[in-house]
Design a protein around this ligand. Structure first.
Ligand code: ADP
Length: 217
């Protein structure tokens, strides 16, 4: 098993790129945002704790997230792509220890860079498919659905995430700016750390990421 990581700010395109990459490379997509939203919608103990934090743009505590992730990793056998995890230095260190104990290799760490001024528009205008097994991502102007409020792929209603408001976005950026620099510094020295320009079109970014994987094959 190999574990790959996608890093980057809210709205940088981690989710969009993860969806494309897992199809091409047969990876298991583990999004801690999705896992937590699922816990919230099921009303589990973790979900009850996470709900208000997430809606206000705060991070869920490291031990809770690490626990969820390690439990999932123990169930998986294929290669994994993390999206939204690790998000703090503590999570990165805990993951590193877990991987060494289990003899699992860290693969690519792909850091998708988008300058802060471009992020809010992406997040506030993002709409996502409410059917979790589809989870298609739209943008009201740059990638609108064919029919208002309806997913092109599966026909389910689209939703506006509770934390995709302007106010929650600002709070998410505060958290991001507090946690990202040490996290990035931790990974920058790793052999398969790569920074990619996230301001380009999604297709171009996807091609760049695929090329990285192909070069390494
Ligand atoms: P984005 O990357 O666009 O911020 P996510 O779906 O990854 O969106 O995360 C949504 C929210 O879920 C975060 O703002 C945070 O509250 C919570 N969350 C997701 N991943 C983590 C994590 N690794 N650690 C702590 N909280 C997390």
């Amino acid at each position: 098993m190999i574990v790959h990581v996608l890093l980057g700010a809210p709205g940088c395109g981690k989710g969009t790129q993860a969806k494309r990459l897992v199809e091409k490379r047969s990876l298991i997509h583990l999004s801690t945002g999705d896992i937590l939203r699922d816990a919230v919608s099921k009303g589990t103990e973790v979900g009850l704790r996470a709900k208000a934090l997430m809606a206000s743009g705060k991070l869920v505590d490291d031990d809770t997230v690490n626990g969820l992730v390690f439990a999932r990793l123990q169930d998986e056998t294929g290669d994994v792509l993390f999206d939204g995890y690790p998000r703090t230095l503590q999570q990165a260190e805990a993951l590193g220890n877990f991987l060494s104990l289990q003899g699992i290799r860290l693969g690519f760490v792909i850091d998708i860079f988008v300058p802060e001024h471009a992020l809010e528009n992406r997040v506030v205008n993002r709409r996502v498919c409410s059917n979790n097994s589809c989870g298609a991502i739209y943008h009201l102007t740059s990638k609108p659905p064919k029919q208002d409020g309806v997913c092109d792929l599966c026909g389910s209603p689209l939703k506006h995430r509770a934390d995709d408001t302007s106010e929650a976005f600002q709070a998410r950026m505060v958290e991001f700016n507090k946690t990202f620099q040490p996290l990035q510094a931790f990974y920058k020295g790793m052999p398969l750390y790569r920074s990619v320009d996230g301001l380009r079109a999604p297709d171009e970014i996807h091609t760049t990421i695929l090329e990285l994987f192909q070069e390494q094959a």
